[in-house]
Write a protein that binds this ligand. Structure first.
Ligand SMILES: [Zn+2]
Ligand SMILES: [Zn+2]
Ligand SMILES: [Zn+2]
Length: 180
């Protein structure tokens, strides 16, 4: 039995890819070895979605033109490249461009912030001016009102007045003293 299988193994057979053009003959025991390297073996393109069948000897040529060919950038930038983008892809240049774009954005934000701050500062200066104007007006009115009150005969009757007296400038005091 062993002898028989051994002699069957030695039987010369033709390659199963004879129709595709392979003329090789080999012992049956070497069939697997041959078919794994036979240039006339049908192969399916390994690229996902392609589905093209080529002979092994043409697989290389197909890989060069397969439109489904994809590969992550070997530089590790994370870009998925195809035949078209691979030729144009320049990792260093793209990183530089991205960096430049980021810097540009930051510069724009910074200048916008600066403008906003300037606007706020001028608005604040305006407000300060207005407040000081209001203060001046109030003081003026107060002085006028006090001048009117000066005419009332009773002096020192209201605590409010005496409180004001203490805050009033000396010139006003002299007028009040002359009035009494
Ligand atoms: Zn073959
Ligand atoms: Zn393909
Ligand atoms: Zn890259």
């Amino acid at each position: 039995m062993f002898k028989l299988s051994k002699s069957i193994g030695r039987l010369p057979i033709k390659c199963r890819n004879e129709q595709q053009g392979c003329t090789a003959t080999f012992p049956l025991s070497e069939q697997y070895l041959h078919s794994s390297t036979c240039p006339f073996e049908w192969l399916l393109c390994p690229q996902q979605g392609c589905g093209t069948r080529t002979l092994r000897k043409e697989a290389q040529a197909h890989a060069q033109v397969c439109s489904y060919w994809k590969q992550l950038c070997p530089m590790g930038c994370g870009t998925l490249l195809n035949r078209t983008t691979q030729a144009e892809h320049n990792c260093y240049r793209e990183l530089q461009e991205r960096y430049e774009a980021q810097r540009q954005t930051q510069r724009t934000i910074a200048s916008a912030l600066r403008r906003k701050m300037q606007r706020m500062q001028s608005r604040m200066a305006n407000m300060t001016q207005q407040i000081s104007l209001i203060c001046e007006n109030l003081e003026l009115r107060e002085n006028l009102e006090e001048g009117e009150e000066e005419e009332s005969p009773a002096e020192g009757t209201s605590t409010r007045r005496s409180f004001r007296d203490s805050q009033r400038p000396i010139t006003c005091n002299s007028s009040s003293s002359s009035n009494s």
